[in-house]
Design a protein around this ligand. Sequence first.
Ligand SMILES: *Cc1c(COP(=O)(O)O)cnc(C)c1O
Length: 373
Amino acid sequence: MSIYTQLGVRTIINAADSYTILGGSLLPPEVVKAMEEASRHFVYLDHLHDEVGKRMAQLTRNEAAMVTNGAAAGLAISVVACITGDDRDKITEFPALNGMKSEVIVHRCQRNNWEHVIGYLGVQLVEIGDEDSTMLRQLEEAITEQTACIVYFTSQSFDAHAIPLQDVISIGKKHNIPVIVDAAAQLPPVHNLWTYTGMGADLVIFSGGKTLRGPQSSGLVVGKSELIRACRLNSNPNMSVGRPMKVGKEEMVGLLTAIDRYVHLDHEAQEKRYIQIAKYFCEENKKLGFDTEFVDSGPTGQSYPRAAIYLKATDGKSAEQIVESLKNGNPSIWTRLTENKQGFYINPLHLQDEEIRIVQRQIENLLFGPTNR
Ligand SMILES: *Cc1c(COP(=O)(O)O)cnc(C)c1O
């Protein structure tokens, strides 16, 4: 019996996305194997951090890299690193901010739940711009002696209203203020692992438990050596604000293995597979009389396709009802409502081959009743 059966916890088919509430992503066998091997021996954790960091930096074409306890922890640690640097006294004193810079600049139009992570640190968020636009001048005016860093969230949904990242980086350099990019979900394309740092961003953060398919509780921070060093000093195993955001030896080795796998993947073949799956859902549901749409990007602009299936008023059920019924069905299938709530997306990113037909059959059963198909 599987562990989940023993526990009485049902497993879920994920046609939605990399959601933390569903467990992030699934670990490839080579990642599990590496973690299992790592679990059999003691090591000096700082030494492992060093060596894993070096290899991750090489693989992602960056100066330096480190594993954190998720991207959210990576964001917290990165901000603290910009405040304390490698000053041991400041690291020990934090979150008391005596004599330390305490302001973090963010875009109003990029406000999202992840800013709470910065708020927890007791620093002040300084907003620039409004929902619809942000001007370079507003960034320049927001910079004071107290500015510790600028945090930038990359996502297609914000792009039109924010200052372009390249300009933010130029201003940051001019004033000697580091720019942190939260790119937690911005894979694929794989080159994002080095594109933002290549543009001059100081620290860039990725989730380990999303498309990288590392441990759910892992995150990757890449960037300037000096700042990664400050991140390390603010992290486990050092007594610091990062100590409760512990990363174990298994997660370190697991994330490194996942990154190694990811950068060497046949991304073209992978994309082809995603396209095939998304097209399959579009075609099958079109045959059933629904409007379908092949959407060529992920929810925040990532380069993977999705199928959108729209219900008509005459179908008798709302898209919301379908999404709920799929969740509550057997097997339980998670999809995502479209932004206009008229339909739902099916995302190939985490679908196993054998699950594809199951998902389609379930949709048909829900809409037309069980058949002997
Ligand atoms: C998912 C996400 C995070 C958090 O990532 P974890 O690895 O789950 O901590 C942070 N920021 C953004 C923009 C995200 O999409």
